[in-house]
Design a protein around this ligand. Structure first.
Ligand SMILES: [Zn+2]
Length: 305
């Protein structure tokens, strides 16, 4: 059966030393998808770096110059919370390109996947929280700039609030930002999304899925997006080191299925990005991401549960 376009890059596995952010997960997810037969090597498309023009739709020229030349102040480095390097900058640029490719394919094919991306804490003029460049915002802005679509929905289900994305599109009515996250978690200051659903600590599967069901269909029917970008963060997982929503792996699978089927049933092309995931056991993070991709392939092929 036909498969969705799946974008990946070896550049995402950046050496950042001992760190809670497991950059090896991108390679491990890819390897698992191939070894389990979810994907064939021919299904994978390598990400290409984004153009400066596309980056300039979201980020300021001053910030892009800092990224290019590795000129950050001590404060900016602290805010980033991940050691900056030219390799990380290259990885971030390629990642933006990958999300753009996935977004274009989603508009064309209905579903596409990026085995990376979701760096929603990057603002126009600074990076923070492991995020250098906001690939999701760059992809949304690129689709609009190209005239491919006139309304884009961002469904951000990472456990952390999508502060950078919310800020970038605060005054842009063409983009609806929906963030459902753990309220008492990073980032402390949460610039308003178009809809923020801040959940309590230890929310658990039933209340988590009920909140999602309550809001997503309504947003899709009111805003009528022509494309969607989905941040399928693995960090709402109950054994995540940086998340406290107590959602099970099965709950996350139901979440992914619901998001993807809702969008498909409304004829909205969706590009999936992986976003966060910091489980105590790295293999759990990989499994959750693999399940997300498996659900995307199933929905692409027209399956229902
Ligand atoms: Zn996160």
């Amino acid at each position: 059966m036909a498969k969705p376009v799946v974008i990946w890059s070896p550049a995402y596995e950046v050496d950042i030393g001992p760190h809670v952010f497991p950059t090896a997960k991108y390679r491990m997810v890819r390897d698992r998808l191939l070894s389990e037969g979810v994907l064939d090597p021919a299904d994978l498309v390598e990400a290409e770096p984004v153009t400066d023009e596309m980056l300039g739709l979201v980020h300021t020229p001053e910030y892009l110059e800092k990224v290019r030349e590795n000129r950050f102040s001590a404060m900016e480095r602290i805010l980033l919370e991940v050691p900056f390097s030219i390799a990380l900058a290259d990885s971030s640029r390629i990642c933006c390109g990958g999300t753009v490719q996935a977004a274009r394919a989603a508009v064309r094919d209905g579903v596409a996947v990026h085995l990376g991306g979701g760096f929603h804490h990057a603002f126009p003029g600074h990076g923070e929280g492991f995020c250098v460049l906001n690939d999701v915002a760059v992809a949304a802005a690129t689709l609009l700039e190209e005239g491919a679509v006139s309304r884009v929905l961002i469904v951000d289900l990472d456990v952390h609030h999508g502060n950078g994305t919310a800020s970038i599109f605060a005054d842009d009515r063409r983009v609806f930002t929906f963030s459902m996250h753990q309220e008492r978690n990073y980032p402390h200051h949460k610039p308003p999304s178009d809809l923020d659903v801040g959940l309590d600590d230890g929310t658990g599967d039933a209340a988590y899925l009920a909140a999602l069901r309550k809001h997503l269909v309504d947003i899709v029917e009111r805003f009528r997006p022509e494309a969607a970008l989905y941040l399928a963060g693995a960090d709402p997982y109950r054994e995540d080191q940086l998340g406290g929503l107590a959602v099970s792996a099965e709950g996350l699978r139901e979440r992914d299925a619901f998001v993807l089927e809702t969008l498909r049933n409304h004829g909205v092309g969706v590009a999936v990005t992986l976003a966060g995931g910091y489980a105590v056991r790295g293999a759990d993070t990989v499994s959750i991401h693999v399940t997300t991709v498996t659900e995307a392939v199933r929905v692409f092929q027209g399956g229902s549960r």
